[in-house]
Design a protein around this ligand. Sequence first.
Ligand code: PEP
Ligand code: MN
Length: 342
Amino acid sequence: MMQREIRVIAGPCAAESEEQVLRTAHQLMDIGITVFRAGVWKPRTKPGCFEGCGEKSLPWLQKVKEMGMSVAVEVATAEHVRLALQYGIDTMWLGARTTADPFAVQHIADALASVTDKSSVTVLVKNPVNPDVELWIGAVQRIKGAGIGNVIAVHRGFSSYINTQYRNQPMWQVPMEFCRRMADVPMYCDPSHLSGRSEMVAEVAQQALDLGFDGLMIESHCSPQQALSDARQQLTPDELRKVLSTLVVKDNTNVTGLEMLRNEIDALDEELLNVIARRMQICREIGQYKKEHNISIFQSNRYAEILRRLTESGQERGIAAECTQSVVEAIHKESVRQQMGN
Ligand code: PEP
Ligand code: MN
């Protein structure tokens, strides 16, 4: 079977010091990584956190380029684009928060439109924080509209109010739909921000490869425990080497449109199960509450009302009443069982 080539971008969450940058870059180069990533301007949720070293770190990255690696930084404003180019950095990524903001994306696109040799620039567009495939496609279109041909999409998961094993929910159906609709844009996965945990990076990366992803962006730091941001999810270059050696790459050059649609369905089925599992968790809490307050588990009025409401909204979406009824019935039966705690 022909082995397709998986591209890997690796490097620390942020450039923290010249020493950390160069040490990490040397170790990554030794394991065969050719594209180095490092955040220079870090978007942080709350003030008071480490926000990157800014322009001061660009000369450190220039040294990494002189070592023979390509270098990628995150850009969130036109000024970031200008500075990156001024220091010879021609691979840039739009972070998840930026992709969610069409004004910011357009400013970046306008700054890129003035580059003379556009074929020397590569732009990676991470998915927006919210699972909105149109916003993601729109951001890619804006960058392409600026004349940049080398555009890559990066799936890093979606933020969510609920806590799960993932830092950001994979919702694989969203990148699958993106790939179906934007077939000429390569799709990478960032298992570091998706999982949020170094020990889960291999598993998520393998899932991505099984779905036909073209590359990976993985956070790697020479000393993860000392990292000033995202310490929990970074791998040492040696750990990264081990992860990469376990990954199995299957040939997907002949994936048909039908298979792509089936992949999307499989991802949606997983999502359905996630939603049902979350429902069951709440049912167990309700069960506990009812027990403490001496309320009966089964309340037929409420069930009849839920069934009526869902059947109606299912019909509005083109789902036959019998289908909604049997699904609701099966879920309800399991919910009662879970509420009773058996
Ligand atoms: C990053 O890559 O360091 C980053 C901030 O990622 P994201 O935009 O995916 O949160
Ligand atoms: Mn990070």
